[in-house]
Design a protein. Structure first.
Length: 380
């Protein structure tokens, strides 16, 4: 996405014409794609998105009358997009709507990368009621088979703006100058591990698991209101949550890098981006020559459904060699329910002592706030 999506219905002067040369009534939409990295605001600072995480491949926009939601004002689908600055598109509107002396307020709904939501059909015939009920299910954006890399079609994103005033001079009409804040409909968790090089323990069959009833089986494509005031919209009720979800399995100590000073990577008082930078510095070959192994190992990165639960889980492993093998485990937990709502990121860092004890330093980078009005970006 190299971008946040802002929808402005601009009073631009360009318009299209029909076969008789008559100008068609148009709704102008302004897409703004800043070239600087998209970030999210957290209580302790900003966190940049990767190029893949902020990529927008397709956009679908629906505009409905606010008081008569069965009346669609316009729809458009865009693909093969290139967001390297500003982009303006035109949505045709009917003569009936254009000729209303007083234009009704409208609701604007936007989805990016809908192709990532396999099985979630959205098209020009989708009604507003259907949009509000559309869900991303387990099969549509794998939670039972967790998504560990950004799909080629991008991460699912959505945004809405309701009850907007229409103004303008025929044949071009505008909505009140507000922004649709497009946010990812998933959250991210990273598991980072290392081992003490002083006396590496004998660790095998390591697994990372989220507890049962943590991740919802379905989350709605759209929030119930604008972000960030509304941050979570999942289906709740009996049997609405997944059984325990295994994220990592079968890892042994040979798959984890050694680090002379594991405490160096413990969280201190850094900003969100500062801690990301610290962790990332331990994951990258410092000279690019492959001569020195980085001290940290990212044993898991996952894009998962948002959750209204206090996300909890455990890391299990076997310690020792035959015949003296014992089972060990350590638990982890988010700070509170709601810490894994959409568009959030979470780091779990742990290191093995020579004794085989696993120390965890859980860092949850949260809680998004509105901030000043000139900062309208809401991504990782």
């Amino acid at each position: 996405m190299g971008c946040t999506l802002m929808l402005l219905l601009l009073s631009a002067c360009s318009s299209s014409t029909d076969d008789d040369g008559i100008e068609k009534p148009m709704l102008k939409i302004y897409l703004f794609a800043p070239e600087s990295p998209i970030v999210t605001r957290a209580f302790n600072g900003y966190v940049d998105a990767s190029e893949a995480e902020k990529a927008i491949h397709t956009i679908d926009v629906w505009v409905f009358q606010h008081e008569a939601p069965n009346d669609k004002v316009s729809y458009i689908h865009l693909d093969d997009l290139s967001f390297t600055g500003q982009r303006e598109i035109s949505m045709e509107i009917s003569d009936d709507f254009a000729n209303m002396p007083k234009k009704p307020n409208v609701d604007i709904y936007v989805v990016a990368n809908k192709e990532s939501m396999t099985g979630t059909e959205l098209n020009e015939n989708t009604t507003l009621a259907q949009l509000k009920e559309k869900c991303i299910g387990s099969s549509a954006f794998g939670t039972t088979s967790p998504v560990s890399t950004v799909l080629a079609t991008g991460l699912p994103m959505s945004g809405l703006l309701e009850n907007q005033v229409i103004t303008g001079i025929p044949p071009v009409y505008t909505a009140k100058a507000n922004y649709v804040k497009l946010v990812r409909a998933v959250s991210k968790v990273r598991f980072i591990l290392c081992k003490s090089t002083a006396d590496p323990p004998a660790v095998s069959d390591l697994s990372i698991q989220l507890n049962a009833n943590m991740l919802p089986k379905e989350e709605y494509v759209f929030l119930e209101g604008t972000y960030p005031e509304n941050k979570c919209h999942v289906k709740t009720g009996v049997n609405a949550y997944e059984a325990a979800v295994t994220l990592v399995s079968g890892l042994d100590i040979n798959g984890i890098n050694g680090c002379d000073n594991p405490l160096y990577y413990d969280y201190g008082s850094q900003t969100g981006q500062g801690y990301e930078n610290l962790i990332n510095s331990g994951l990258v070959d410092p000279d690019g020559e492959g001569e020195q192994l980085p001290p940290l190992s990212q044993v898991g990165l996952f894009y998962l459904h948002e959750s209204d639960k206090q996300l909890e889980g455990k890391i299990e492993y076997k310690l020792g060699t035959a015949p003296n093998i014992v089972d060990r485990s350590v638990t982890f937990s988010m700070g509170a329910a709601g810490d894994f709502t959409r568009n959030h990121t979470w780091i779990v860092y742990g290191y093995f002592l020579g004794s085989g004890e696993l120390k965890l330093n859980v860092v949850d980078i949260k809680d998004w706030t509105t901030g000043s009005e000139d900062l309208k970006v809401y991504n990782w």
